[in-house]
Write a protein that binds this ligand. Structure first.
Ligand code: NDP
Ligand code: 2IT
Length: 441
């Protein structure tokens, strides 16, 4: 860690993600002298390669705009590079390196054959017209198309990249290569996308939560759940929770949070879904229209304002700090299942584990998204498409398998399941074995 800190002093998110993994796999790492002989840790922490490029595009006023573009191919020991693309003004190398690193262990846990990658740009689709987004996606793809492919590197969505952006990038990729291949996942259903991919991350997180609750014989029905975010992951998390009889008490976006002390109705969920998905509106607009049952906290995250049993952070990294974690615990929160990647700071993670609550890190709990991406790749390779029921049933099985790997590697002497240790160790072991078998490269 000291060595990485010296080499990458300006990359705090990357160092945070690496530290969490290396500290939690220490015991198992020291049991196998071959790991040290092959210098596995250093080789696994540093990405295989990083592409950095300029993306220039023309806005609706005819002005030439320039953004940064990146793709980090972290590790392909167990399958082609695989991971999302993030478009957000905050994107930088540190954030994408942490995401690509995490993706490698997450993908290993899914039981499918996928390596780890991540990419993105500091371009923000917010406030841009469809044509501006299209021109940006095409310019981004112009640079990247040479470095991806169905057996090389398969991108997908993440923050700011949904069906619209994947469609535009896939369209330009197809134009440049003159080939129709499964090089993106999260594609539209009409051109090779898998049914259930939009739902997969949120639904998968709820399935993971159900597995965790079962270890303590707790029923989800009637439990109060605080969600952050109101994008792809947050919305489908809320949808599945409502279907299963849980009480959804909050959502948020980057401007603020809403709190519904009595829970959200199905009709209110539909309204939020339409507001965010069809109109790309702000969560404040929902609060304005429902002042009788909903409080809005401008510029705030939900955690200090809600009374909940369960928290499902689904917006972004480091959105729960130590104080937020203590506030959640003080209100009686007994489970945290992460939809976002690394939403809890190191201090928050320690609070949750010290309190012995059910705590699932993103790389286990949100792996349903990339898992169904893996199923999309399988369907594309077969030139077939499976029914929603078939994909959903496979997703449930995968989330169960991830949970049981966490249990195997994470059970502590007092019986507590440390999901951080379990997920990191199980994810690491598969990649490490493959890297040793494949020789030094
Ligand atoms: P979306 O872009 O669909 O939604 C993101 C949501 O989080 C929006 O409500 C957005 O608010 C909010 N948000 C984003 N950045 C910030 C920020 N810096 N501060 C406060 N709020 C913010 O993205 P997804 O739902 O796809 O992704 C959410 C999280 O889930 C990310 O951490 C992502 O890495 C992770 N994830 C996504 C998967 C997927 O399949 N999409 C799979 C696994 C993990 P606003 O509208 O104001 O921007
Ligand atoms: O963080 C993630 O797992 C994703 N954004 C999904 C990646 C994918 O390839 O589906």
């Amino acid at each position: 860690m000291a060595d990485l800190g010296r080499r990458f002093p300006n990359e705090p998110e990357y160092l945070q993600a690496v530290e969490e993994v290396v500290t939690s796999i220490e015991d198992v790492y020291n049991e196998y002298p071959a790991f040290e002989r092959y210098n596995l840790i250093e080789r696994l922490c540093i990405p295989d390669r990083i592409y950095t490029f300029r993306v220039s595009w023309v806005d609706d006023q005819g002005k030439v705009r320039t953004n940064m573009g990146y793709r980090i191919q972290h590790n392909n020991a167990i399958g082609p590079y695989k991971g999302g693309i993030r478009f957000h003004s905050s994107v930088n190398l540190s954030i994408l390196k942490f995401l690509a690193f995490e993706q490698t262990f997450k993908n290993s846990l899914t039981t499918l054959a996928m390596g780890g990658a991540k990419g993105g740009s500091d371009f923000s689709p917010r406030g841009k017209s469809d044509m501006e987004v299209m021109r940006f996606c095409q310019a981004f793809m112009n640079e990247l198309y040479r470095n991806i492919g169905p057996h090389t590197d398969v991108p997908a969505g993440d923050i700011g990249v949904g069906g619209r952006e994947v469609g535009y990038m896939f369209g330009w990729y197809k134009k440049m290569t003159r080939e129709f291949t499964g090089t993106f996942t999260g594609k539209g259903i009409d051109f090779g996308g898998s049914l259930m991919r939009p739902e997969a991350t949120g639904y998968g997180n709820v399935y993971f939560l159900l597995n965790m609750l079962a270890t303590r014989a707790i029923d989800l029905k009637g439990k109060r759940v605080a969600i952050s975010g109101s994008g792809n992951v947050a919305l489908y998390t809320a949808k599945k929770l409502l279907e299963l009889g849980a009480v959804v008490v909050s959502m948020s976006d980057s401007d603020g949070s809403i709190y519904l002390p009595d829970g959200m109705t199905g009709e209110q969920f539909d309204e939020i879904f339409e507001l965010k998905m069809a109109y790309r509106g702000r969560i404040r607009e929902f609060a304005d229209a429902h002042a009788d049952c909903c409080t809005y906290f401008p510029g705030e995250r939900p955690w200090k304002h809600v009374k909940c049993d369960i928290a499902m952070p689904s917006a972004t990294q480091n959105e729960i700090d130590g104080d937020d974690a203590r506030a959640l615990l003080a209100q009686g929160c007994f489970a945290v299942s992460e939809g976002a990647n690394m939403p809890s700071t190191r201090e928050a993670v320690h609070e949750f584990i010290d309190a012995r609550i059910l705590y699932a890190p993103g790389k286990a709990a949100n792996a349903g998204g990339v898992s169904v991406s893996g199923l999309e790749m399988a369907q594309n390779a077969q030139m077939l498409s499976w029914s929603a029921e078939e994909v959903d049933s496979k997703l449930r099985d995968i989330m169960k398998a991830i949970h049981s790997q966490c249990e195997t590697y994470g059970r502590e002497a007092d019986g507590y399941i440390n999901y951080v240790k379990g997920a990191n160790t199980a994810g690491f072991m598969k990649v490490a074995r493959a890297m040793i078998a494949e020789g030094i490269s």
